[in-house]
Design a protein around this ligand. Structure first.
Ligand SMILES: C[S@@+](CC[C@H](N)C(=O)[O-])C[C@H]1O[C@@H](n2cnc3c(N)ncnc32)[C@H](O)[C@@H]1O
Length: 251
């Protein structure tokens, strides 16, 4: 029989918020909480602007596997293999709290929610209304919730999460170092972090690529360095073509 006393995932998400900064967030907007209101993170490139558009969020589902194949080359994992590998790196269990930062339309968040059921919680955080509206429709579940927030100023209290993922989003965040220090802040000791992001090809100046592409291209040791600077340990880096996945543990 269904447990009707269980709190909804959105109600459980409110309890993770920093009570000093968010004493009262009660308005849900299209099925997700919005802690940003009018203060959207600034947009500096066409690609960042695209992420906020409805047309892009609709087409994203088709484009993501193609883009993944292009940047990862022959090593591109299939969708299920990709999600299973990320969940294993994150160490997800049946009661984990996982924050999926830059969740887009929730392809990973919804699946994480199914992996942490029945007692865990997967919260997708994104700055884009258009992406979150898709996420709520396409990737919801009893242990999944969404929140509009900024990766550089996460609304959560310190040490609430067992795991944080940031997949294909760090290269769009204006201040990646600030976001990574937020990931460290919201994780519990021993919590796991997985970042999938861009990797500048050898011999090409990353800053030149940034200007042409509108996204940030990270050097080989840049993300591992940022992660180490804020106290993560057991840092691994997995390289696939023009992408890198950094896996780490909070001390
Ligand atoms: C390419 S999508 C990735 C979606 C998903 N993680 C995936 O792998 O399919 C990148 C997302 O990062 C979000 N994003 C960019 N900057 C952000 C910020 N400062 N705070 C929160 N989300 C941000 C964008 O709105 C976009 O939805």
């Amino acid at each position: 029989m269904a447990d009707t006393t269980r709190e909804t995932a959105t109600a459980r998400t409110l309890k993770l918020l920093d009570p000093d900064r968010y004493p009262r967030v009660d308005a849900t907007n299209h099925g997700y909480y919005d802690v940003l209101g009018d203060s959207d993170p600034p947009v500096h490139s066409i690609v960042q602007r695209l992420m906020r558009s409805r047309i892009y969020s609709t087409g994203y589902q088709i484009g993501r596997p193609i883009a993944r194949k292009l940047v990862s080359g022959r090593q591109a994992p299939g969708r299920d293999q990709d999600r299973t590998q990320v969940a294993a790196w994150l160490g997800l269990g049946a009661d984990s709290v996982v924050l999926d930062v830059g969740c887009g339309p929730g392809n990973f968040t919804g699946w994480f929610g199914s992996q942490v059921a029945p007692d865990g919680l997967a919260v997708g955080v994104d700055a884009s209304h258009a992406m979150l509206r898709r996420a709520v429709v396409d990737n919801c579940g009893p242990c999944t919730a969404y929140l509009r927030g900024d990766a550089e100023h996460l609304p959560f209290a310190d040490g609430v999460a067992d795991a944080v993922s940031c997949l294909a989003a760090l290269y769009l965040i204006n201040q990646p170092a600030q976001a990574i220090s937020e990931f460290a802040r919201v994780l519990k000791p021993g919590g796991r972090l997985v970042i999938l992001t861009s990797l500048a090809p050898r011999g090409i100046r990353a800053s030149a690529l940034d200007t042409i592409s509108g996204i940030r291209w990270f050097g080989r040791d840049e993300v591992t360095g940022l992660v180490s600077d804020v106290g993560f340990t057991q840092i691994e880096r997995h390289i696939g073509g023009l992408s890198q996945t950094v896996v780490a543990t909070k001390e």
